[in-house]
Design a protein around this ligand. Structure first.
Ligand code: THU
Length: 138
């Protein structure tokens, strides 16, 4: 698969996840998709709560689903999309949550941040330099 197909298929998976967004309070839908070294794709969407501060971000939901499926590393690619024109970049908490899974497998995943009009390509290490992670506790 070419790099562009890889990118576009993962963004498409994130966009499909966004369709299940439960975001009645913000009306801000977000979808995320993670691709692992074995080709597995795990998606997530944001899940809000009447107690507003309890909202779960799409990326965090995706990481929790992946870890529940047994993934402990191998995270190679991440796509995040909102239904906004401008790209959505992961919030600070999600950067940290993504880092935990990435660091377990010693990868530095590419992160495609997408909106309807633009895609920005980053690396997790660029979004969260000098991250605090599992190795920091050793
Ligand atoms: N949100 C995400 O799902 N991911 C992010 O990285 C940024 C914010 C969600 C949380 C909340 O449901 C809505 O977007 C508005 O902040």
């Amino acid at each position: 698969m070419s790099e562009d197909n890889n990118r576009d298929s993962l963004i498409a998976a994130a966009r499909r996840a966004l369709e299940n967004s439960y975001s009645p309070y913000s009306n801000f839908r977000v979808g995320a998709a993670l691709r692992f070294a074995d080709g597995t794709v795990v998606t997530g969407t944001n899940v809000e709560n009447a107690s507003y501060g309890l909202a779960l971000c799409a990326e965090t939901v995706a990481v929790a689903k992946a870890m529940d499926d047994g993934h402990r590393g191998g995270l190679e690619e991440v796509a995040v999309i909102g239904d906004t024109a401008a790209p959505v970049t992961p919030c600070g908490r999600c950067r940290q949550v993504l880092n935990e899974l990435a660091e377990l497998g010693d990868t530095d995943p590419v992160v495609w941040c997408a909106g309807e009009d633009e895609v920005v390509e980053m690396r997790l290490s660029g979004l969260l330099p000098r991250a605090f992670g599992p190795a920091s506790l050793e």
